[in-house]
Write a protein that binds this ligand. Sequence first.
Ligand SMILES: [Zn+2]
Length: 499
Amino acid sequence: MTQAAELVSFDEAMARYEPVIGLETHVELGTATKMFCGCPTVFGAEPNSAVCPVCLGLPGSLPVANRAAIEYTIRIGLALNCSIASWCRFARKNYFYPDMPKNFQISQYDEPLCTDGWLDVSVEGQVFRVGIERVHLEEDTGKSLHVGGATGRIHGADYSLVDYNRAGIPLVEVVTKPVAGTGSLAPVVARAYVTELRDLLRALGVSDVRMEEGSLRCDVNTSLAPRGAAQWGTRTETKNVNSLRSVERAVRFEIERQAAVLDSGSRVVQETRHLHEDTGTTTAGRSKEEAQDYRYFPEPDLVPIAPERDWVEQIRASLPEFPAARRARLQAEWGLSDLDMAALANAGALDLVAQTVSAGASPAEARKWWLGELARHANEAGVDLSALAVTPAQVARVSELVSAKTLNDKLARQVLEAVLAGEGEPDDVVAARGLAVVNDDGALSAAVDAAIAANPDVAAKIREGKVAAAGALIGEVMKATRGQADAGRARELILERLT
Ligand SMILES: [Zn+2]
């Protein structure tokens, strides 16, 4: 049961072994109601307030399939280049678990709605085509809460509570084919796949894809075999990985752990594993050495699904621009290199920059503010760019004020800082703090005259033709106006007087 806890370093493991990964992603659909009843799909409501006889599995209640959920699943299948079944059935998956009120889950087994597709993923300039085995529709379970233990798990808990609000929420499972040939990029490819899938699902409008709230969660399969081996290794399944970073860490850790197991001459046990977010390590869960018998059979309480071809084609025609196509279009419109585009995406700034450009800023200015000043603030606060208290429209307005020479860069940074601190719209901050650039000639002339009078030797040099000396006087003017002078106009005035 207990396996070697030692690890082999990632690079060393990669020198001798070849990984194969696979991902099973569960997506809670954003329909208004549950899969088989009219209960609302809400997150964070009073426990057991969004339930009815159907989703509680009370005797005599009968399910009716949610048409919107079927449509959403077809959208996902089409976007993933899958074939859509012309006829398929739900199946009953029998197992006992306290968070499953019926003691079976309505799922799909050998007749999934969508099969055999693919999703392209770019990593470090290479494109990996991830095969999609199937996309099927099922219902989510409820949620157990174990009270009193240190770990939140059932072991050591004093008692457990169960909330059935989530029971019956439509859940789509997207299962990849095994992904081989990624070599040492396996952890990054896994992460890139989930990122691309998340962005695609968001663009399709079928889910809010919030990993932190569990509306998108991943099981990550990893196996390792000696390089050149004819067969793949035994895989483990790391369950319920709920952040992009954790997807990458789960694959990486399993590679390091399984390499140590294989090096010691043992065999990898087929099992589910749990990822510990604090350490990035996994520990053994349930063994899958004996296949569980769920006694699947066609769900007798539901009619088969037989989507009309016309309807499927209508759905296909209504699909939005996909994220990969949108990125390519924006990159061309903005004239960016692959590297610049990757930097934008990695910083999570792509949508923010696109919205800032839509609000009127130039692409160059929008990038400059989000990747420079605002990225610095986000870093300091330890939050994502999108969590900053500034909107793309506000950034566009600041950029506009700079173009109009109402602000210079230094003042613009102060305005953004004030907006982030909750002092209101950029124009309000400029007015309240009196931050606008001083470029009316009256105030500026006075400052220029004062600077010349105070520095007769510098003025003399300029009169002799040493124009470069004007910099010292401009500095004086900037100081006198607390940085609010238009430096270009100050230079003009100085040269007008002295040359
Ligand atoms: Zn219900």
